[in-house]
Design a protein around this ligand. Sequence first.
Ligand SMILES: C[S@@+](CC[C@H](N)C(=O)[O-])C[C@H]1O[C@@H](n2cnc3c(N)ncnc32)[C@H](O)[C@@H]1O
Length: 248
Amino acid sequence: MGSRSSWFANFYDENFLQLVENAATQAQAAEEIDFLLSKIKLSDKGRIADIGCGTGRHVLEMAARGLDVWGFDLNPEFIATAILDLPSETTANFVCADMRDALPRDFDLICSFYNSIGFFSDEENQSCLDRWARDLNPKGYLYLDLWNAAPIRAHPRSERSFGLPNGGTAHEQGELSEDARFVDRTYTYRTGVGKPVIRKTRFRLYSQGEIESCLSRAEFSISNQYGAIDGSTFAPDSPRMITIAQID
Ligand SMILES: C[S@@+](CC[C@H](N)C(=O)[O-])C[C@H]1O[C@@H](n2cnc3c(N)ncnc32)[C@H](O)[C@@H]1O
């Protein structure tokens, strides 16, 4: 990673997995894949990429449904966990890769679940979208599952503590950047053993207009936007902004 390393190379570690263990569940991934497949019709041979796949919960769900799916993630430990969790009767491909680098081509659907873009400069974020648009097969789809920026911008300050499944605690302190483009959060993890571990994040917040303009620059056409996986239309107070876009 060298000089390209940044907060996202440290933040997504075993502490993060503890933080989201009860929020980012396998059962929820199953519901998300049911929703995705009800909205996007792929051919039998359609090939799918999950970029920023983490420990592979969505890849495992798609593979269990017999789909040809590839998971990509920066963290080699997450990729190793995903491979270990793959049932022996199921096939999927996992690759440890930085999403800013060229990925294999020949995909019909690129997915990004659980706020897994927006880690870099605006130029680098845009160039990921540009490349995905170029690399998708004709009529290929993008499924982009982001937080809705508006509720976070309305209540950006956070100061809260969580109990973790491993018996430790996490303390979160968050605030909006001066230009309101990012939410900056610091997490302090304590397990009772050793020193506290401090991790910082800086998420780019995308309004509906901003994501529309990034996708249009990449030459994607938005087909639908939802506010949640119940299929509700995206609204200013929706918890999420789930965008389905297509290459013309
Ligand atoms: C919010 S987590 C989501 C994980 C997964 N999509 C899920 O829903 O469980 C973001 C993921 O992006 C990965 N990531 C961060 N920076 C990355 C990069 N530069 N290239 C590829 N993956 C990256 C992290 O390792 C992490 O697994």
